[in-house]
Write a protein that binds this ligand. Structure first.
Ligand SMILES: Cc1cc2nc3c(=O)[nH]c(=O)nc-3n(C[C@H](O)[C@H](O)[C@H](O)COP(=O)(O)OP(=O)(O)OC[C@H]3O[C@@H](n4cnc5c(N)ncnc54)[C@H](O)[C@@H]3O)c2cc1C
Length: 459
């Protein structure tokens, strides 16, 4: 970061806002079409200053900014496009405890005691979302209770073992569903047993992000859309973030919440995050006949390594699935996912689609989020001397973990809370560029093949 001198700064609140010219529009998704407000926030075109500058206006950035401001830290949030434009406004909407990485791997690496503490944090993240949704009854977030994970390979014993382990090791009571109960609720022979998480729920994620943004602004956060952070400089011990629209922010600390859309802003993070795409569709209003297929309003997923995730939401079916390192959206995205739907529910083979879209998740190699200091002194014992923080890499389990990370980073900055240290066994590490991407894609194909063979062998 080259140094600069004599940059003039203005107070935060006195800034003029320009019309929003450069933001990419929301993708044509069910969520964008049903968002509860269309407020456009202007770009940052002048200098400003803050205690903390948060980069990225997804759920991680929004929660971090809200929680910082609540703790008395003057905060500016920069979003390159629109609030919730990234994965946060495009996802499946499932909210439940846990991480992208499985609990066995976390326990193997962190030990049982820390794995328990990590799990508790992830659970608090889900509880945080529930609380915020309750505080915003008019925001169209539409919380629906219920979360069920189903097996595509017969496995009563292993499902019961999993339930017992969750209760014994993680004090989380799950409910075992035998195959006949699953098949009474879901009209398909593809599924066997299930595990219900009574704490799980699902929401309208874009409306949640927009409500968080409004709450953050009411608390005093200055939010700029169409404001891509382009370059980082250092001046007199403070950070200077130069933005695409000509403005810049001078701040004591920076928090990177840029996930799979990071681009090339901060190379240690660019190298540490692998963007992985996943797809979603939304049906038109379901007919009475179609509604018979899924008589359960829960968030449902199967337990394959990259399985289907779907839910009835309001009067439609929202269905997601597949992962790939390819960033371009396939032309036949809708058709691909429709095939997935009818391979599980043949009675839905004539499903009419209204929307099909994709989104990028940010993954670290270890599949755990990157939370904590991220600059040159990231490996020191205390808070970073250079004031650089990250809250990113939430993978496909980000609705609860972004909330958790926002609280952790805000309390680390404002109150010297050091719970982020639980994430030290999961540091940022290079993902290996294009070679790394190719390796991940190969691993994914191998996993798909293994799932397919397993199902043929046992089914
Ligand atoms: C299709 C899909 C389905 C999913 N389903 C679920 C689910 O059901 N449950 C679940 O828990 N998780 C799910 N996930 C994962 C979850 O959505 C993500 O983990 C979470 O939203 C990540 O939030 P974030 O704030 O870290 O990133 P994002 O929401 O991607 O936000 C990053 C933001 O940073 C901005 N940005 C990037 N670079 C810059 C820059 N230089 N300057 C300014 N701004 C910048 C981007 O424009 C973007 O808005 C899903 C993800 C996808 C894509």
């Amino acid at each position: 970061m080259p140094g600069t001198t004599n940059l003039p700064t203005l107070g935060r609140q006195s800034l003029p806002r320009q019309p929003n010219h450069q933001a990419a529009a929301y993708p044509q998704s069910y969520y964008a079409a049903t968002r509860y407000e269309a407020t456009e926030r202007g770009s940052l075109t002048r200098p400003t200053e803050a205690d903390v500058c948060v980069i990225g206006g997804g759920l991680a950035g929004l929660t971090t900014a809200l929680e910082l401001q609540r703790r008395g830290q003057e905060t500016v949030l920069l979003e390159a496009n629109r609030i919730g434009w990234g994965a946060s406004g495009r996802n499946g909407g499932f909210v439940s405890a846990g991480y992208s990485e499985g609990l066995s791997a976390i326990t193997a690496k962190s030990g049982l005691e820390d794995a328990r503490a990590l799990y508790r944090l992830s659970r608090e993240g889900a509880a945080y979302v529930r609380q915020r949704v309750a505080a915003e009854p008019e925001a169209g977030i539409g919380l629906v209770e219920g979360r069920l994970s189903v097996l595509r390979i017969d496995g009563a014993d292993r499902t019961k073992r999993m339930r017992d382990r969750m209760e014994k090791d993680f004090e989380h009571a799950m409910v075992y569903w035998p195959t006949d109960r699953v098949r009474a609720a879901l009209q398909t022979k593809r599924y066997f047993q299930g595990l219900q998480d009574p704490e799980g729920f699902h929401i309208h994620p874009l409306n949640y992000a927009l409500a968080l943004a409004r709450e953050a602004e009411q608390a005093g956060v200055a939010i700029y859309e169409a404001t891509r952070a382009l370059a980082l400089e250092r001046e007199g011990g403070r950070h200077v973030v130069r933005c695409a629209a000509g403005g810049y922010v001078t701040a004591r600390e920076l928090v990177f919440c840029t996930s799979g859309y990071e681009g090339h802003l901060f190379s240690p993070l660019t190298r540490a995050i692998l963007p992985i795409a996943t797809y979603m569709i939304a049906s038109r209003t379901l007919s009475e006949d179609e509604r018979q297929a899924i008589s359960l309003p829960y968030a449902i997923s199967d337990e394959r390594r990259a399985g289907d995730y779907y839910r009835l939401y309001r009067d439609r079916l929202l269905w997601g699935g597949r992962i790939t390192t390819r960033r371009e959206e396939p032309k036949a995205l809708g058709r691909l996912l429709k095939q997935d739907v009818s391979s599980v529910y043949p009675s839905l083979s004539r499903l009419q689609l209204a929307y099909a879209w994709s989104g990028l998740m940010g993954y670290a190699l270890h599949k755990m989020p990157l939370i904590g200091p991220c600059g040159a002194d990231a490996h020191g014992d205390g808070p970073p001397q250079d004031g650089l923080w990250m809250a990113t890499g939430f993978g496909g389990h980000g609705l609860n973990t972004t909330a958790m990370a926002g609280e952790l980073i805000a309390s680390a900055i404002a109150e010297k809370d050091d719970r982020w240290k639980l994430f030290r066994p999961y540091p940022r590490q290079p993902v290996g560029g294009r070679l790394g991407q190719a390796a991940v894609q190969l691993t994914y194909w191998a996993m798909q093949l293994r799932d397919w063979l397993d199902e043929r062998r046992t089914g």
